[in-house]
Write a protein that binds this ligand. Structure first.
Ligand code: AMP
Length: 289
């Protein structure tokens, strides 16, 4: 049976009460408006862990002043029903005023990994993410936490934070879940009008085509970027935020594509800012074999 906890101390107490010998607590932090991408993470946690906590919290600290915090989609009743169906142990619904009381002034910053890609266009984003994830980790005290590769830079940044701060939590990354036509599932897809939904395919098509170009032997990262840009720009209603061909660990732009590369995109379609990525590995092998 799913228990709903709003109170921070109650969440901590619930976790502390788990008997040590029976403890393997999985945690899936989300901002709600759940879709198959979220639910796949929850199912993974249910499969590997003895207990599963899912949190829903739209974190104001990771939104810039002109971003969509005030309009972020919410459907708590539907989310609750979906999580009950999956029989998660706890749905954690912390309140903004409890997590960020007046005078709150502490933050966690992972230097080095957060300056490029999403960190370049959303300067406060990662500090907001790492701060809330650290707070949620303290409250839930999980053994494992599950994150999607759709937000691959976020996954890398959280892994680094956990390592650097000796947090002793296993970070589990899981593949991006897509719609049948390739579009990565995202709560923000709800912003798309039908014709924008068509344009949103540009991200997936650009990534697939960029990957194919590398597999055919292209080694200039700039050529791959230019190719992906041209595909996105050929779709109406798109505005590129960034097109990156970068190191998959450091998120720094590559000049040459050698062993592996992360192709990563952020594109505005209508009022939605969508991101997606594709990891290309064993490049020299697949190209020369
Ligand atoms: P969000 O609610 O957008 O903050 O996402 C919560 C978690 O779900 C994060 O770890 C995301 O990376 C993950 N996630 C979101 N969309 C997808 C997707 N399409 N496939 C897999 N994981 C996802």
């Amino acid at each position: 049976m799913t228990c709903v906890i709003e109170n921070l101390d109650e969440m901590k107490a619930w976790s502390r009460r788990l008997p040590l010998e029976d403890r393997n607590l999985g945690f899936v932090p989300t901002m709600g408006y759940l879709h198959e991408g979220h639910l796949a993470l929850v199912r993974e946690s249910k499969k590997i862990c003895r207990q599963t906590v899912v949190s829903i919290f739209v974190n104001p600290m990771q939104f810039g002043p002109t971003e969509d915090y005030a309009h972020y989609p919410v459907d708590l009743e539907r989310d609750r029903a979906l999580l009950k169906e999956l029989d998660v142990d706890v749905l954690f619904l912390p309140k903004k005023e409890d997590l960020y009381p007046g005078g709150f002034c502490t933050s966690v910053r992972v230097a080095g990994l957060t300056e490029n890609l999403c960190g370049g266009s959303r300067p406060h984003f990662f500090e907001g993410v790492t701060t809330i994830v650290l707070k949620l980790f303290h409250l839930v005290q999980p053994d494992r936490a599950f994150f999607g590769e759709k937000d691959r830079q976020q996954l890398g940044v959280i892994r680094k934070m956990v390592r650097d701060l000796n947090m002793g939590i296993t970070i589990e990354g899981r593949p991006t879940i897509r719609e049948p036509d390739g579009i990565a599932m995202s709560s923000r897809n709800a912003y798309l009008a039908p014709e924008e939904r068509q344009s949103a395919r540009a991200l997936y098509l650009a990534l697939q085509s960029g990957k194919a170009l590398i597999e055919k032997g292209e080694r200039s990262a700039d050529a791959v970027r230019t190719h992906m840009r041209s595909i996105i720009e050929s779709h109406p209603r798109t505005r590129i935020d960034y097109v990156s061909v970068c190191d998959p660990e450091r998120f720094t732009e590559l000049e040459r594509v050698e062993d592996s590369a992360l192709l990563a995109l952020a594109v505005h379609v209508g009022r939605a800012r969508l991101i997606d990525n594709c990891l290309v590995e064993n490049i020299s092998c697949s190209a020369s074999c």
